[in-house]
Design a protein around this ligand. Structure first.
Ligand code: HEM
Length: 125
């Protein structure tokens, strides 16, 4: 991409490292520290009974920095998100900075696009 070109949405898929940089940044520095849910029915998770009505908290920092989920978890390694290297699974649920499911972040797409476009501009400066 030329320096005088203004990036558009169609340019983003051509630059996988830009997306990987954002994923890795949000893994290490999640905007929200956690996600919460109240269980709607009795659940058994990891052998534990979690009764209906329990408030659960997911700590993004705990899952993102866990070596069980990411090798060299403390390192900033955007390439871990590139499919060709596939060092860590791209569908790794250890990092869900926008949440997950029907109550996940409504602004995810617009936030990602804005950040991707800003990063592309920084890259071509
Ligand atoms: C880097 C930027 C952002 C991050 C990391 C982020 C992250 C999150 C997270 C973790 C949640 C809770 C999801 C869950 O409980 O599963 C959330 C909810 C939400 N976000 Fe974002 N957000 C970002 C930007 C935005 C923007 C730009 C907007 C609006 C344009 C937005 C609108 C919302 C709304 C409306 C909800 C509540 C959704 C619901 O409860 O159904 N977010 N966000």
């Amino acid at each position: 991409m030329r320096k005088d070109q203004v990036p558009v949405a169609d340019d983003v898929p051509k630059l996988p490292l830009i997306r990987a940089v954002l994923k890795e940044t949000l893994r290490l520095y999640p905007v929200l520290p956690g996600n919460g849910r109240v269980t709607q029915k009795d659940l058994i998770i990891g052998g534990y009974l979690i009764p209906k009505g329990t408030q659960l908290a997911l700590c993004h920092y705990a899952t993102s920095y866990s070596e069980e989920n990411f090798s060299e978890a403390n390192e900033f390694r955007p390439e871990r998100w590139l499919r060709k290297d596939n060092l860590d699974r791209v569908d790794n649920f250890g990092s869900i900075p926008f949440g997950y499911g029907i109550r996940s972040c409504v602004g995810k797409r617009i936030a990602e696009l804005e950040i991707h476009l800003a990063l592309i501009q920084v890259r071509t400066m």
